[in-house]
Design a protein. Structure first.
Ligand code: PEP
Ligand code: MN
Length: 367
């Protein structure tokens, strides 16, 4: 009845979007078109309406609009993703051999990790470069993931057909693990791919910012996923192209973690591997990769995507930027320190706010 009424409003069309939370399913009805003359109070009293929000034009679904405190968190295969959690996705940039995949997964299991990255479809700059093993490697990747307790694998796709291949392989293996479909930086504005990935609800999405476009353009592109129905999206910062970033592969953009958390409700990921692109270290002995990852986490990142490889010299893609298996403990401990620092910084900020509120402006500079 409410929907009938809303869809009869002149100059206004409706779009329905179901948000699957951990507790309930929320139906959002978007009124699109000439809505300026509508009064919030008139809509608030319609049956079944819990809340009415006037949203700004940008990032309608993923954006954090005025007075909007609702998080966009979701749980996938038992792993929670939201703006307060932190998940580490260490793994292979590209799957090469079953042995390397297994060594990676065993190390993760030994360190209590339940997420990884495994590239099967690789978008390469050079058409003659290795393009990934594609669907042929999926059976053993999924079987091993199940065996080593991996619950979520971040895996880039470059074509919507890959969704079907992943689904079929998971089905054949008996769904031993979950896949978070990754949209790479080279496909950030591949709108048809975004629409196809947005239309399916099965896999959540790790969406990488475009390396040569503005943040605003990247956020609008992410909104394509949500506008088609999939708002289980994690937004990934991965550096931007500019020679000002040299000698890093890209200019690290992790200062934008809090910006994305403020502008949108998406959890934010940082990818130090594809930002920094090397194993250089500073005189303190800490790899630039680890410095960048820690910077992201200290700024509140909710996910870290990072390349590791048991034998980087044998890796078919991005060996020179891979961290080593015997660096996994060090890396995880370093991240835990950075996270602790972020949590202390949050507490400090709350303490400051409380003090300002009770002081009632006692320290205000006189006019
Ligand atoms: C990757 O994560 O493997 C990758 C290719 O990243 P990006 O799209 O950020 O270059
Ligand atoms: Mn890579």
């Amino acid at each position: 009845m409410t929907l009938d009424y809303l869809s009869r409003l002149p100059g206004v069309s409706t779009r329905i979007h179901n948000v699957r939370g951990t507790q309930q399913v929320l139906t959002e009805i978007y009124l699109i078109g000439d809505t300026k003359s509508l009064l919030l109070e008139d809509i608030q009293v319609l049956p079944g309406v819990e809340r009415v929000i006037r949203v700004s034009e940008e990032y309608r679904i993923l954006g954090r609009h005025r007075d909007e405190q609702r998080a966009i968190g979701f749980e996938y295969n038992g792993v929670p993703f939201n703006q307060d959690t932190l998940n580490i996705f260490a793994g292979l940039c590209a799957v090469d051999t079953p042995e390397h995949t297994e060594q990676m997964m065993a190390a993760l299991r030994d360190h209590g990790q339940v997420c990884t990255r495994m590239g099967a479809y690789k978008p390469r700059t050079n058409p003659y470069a290795f393009q990934g093993y594609g669907k042929s490697c999926l059976p053993y990747v999924f079987e091993q993931a199940g065996r080593y307790g991996i619950r979520v694998i971040a895996m880039e796709i470059t074509h919507e057909a890959h969704l079907v291949e992943i689904h079929e392989s998971l089905e054949q293996a008996g769904w031993p693990t979950g896949v978070m479909v990754q949209i790479g930086t080279r496909n950030t504005q591949n709108f048809e791919l975004l629409k196809a990935v947005g239309r399916q609800q099965e896999f959540p999405v790790l969406f990488k910012r475009g390396f040569g476009i503005t943040l605003n353009e990247s956020l609008n592109a992410a909104e394509y996923l949500a506008s088609e129905g999939n708002s289980r999206v994690v937004f990934c910062l991965r550096g931007v192209k500019t020679n000002m970033g040299d000698p890093h592969r890209n200019l690290v953009d992790f200062a934008q973690v809090p910006v994305v958390k403020r502008l949108t409700r998406m959890p934010v990921c940082v990818d130090p591997s594809h930002s920094v692109g090397s194993r250089e270290h500073s005189p303190d002995g800490i790899l630039d990769l680890m410095h960048a990852a820690a910077q992201g986490v200290v700024a509140g990142a909710n996910m870290v995507l990072i390349d590791f490889h048991p034998k980087p010299a044998k890796a078919l893609v991005d060996g020179p930027q891979a961290m080593l298996m015997n660096e996994l403990s060090w890396f995880l401990e370093d991240i835990a320190l950075a996270r602790e620092c972020y949590e202390k910084r949050q507490a400090l900020s709350r303490q400051h706010m409380a003090k300002v509120a009770t002081d009632g402006g006692a320290h205000r500079v006189p006019d």
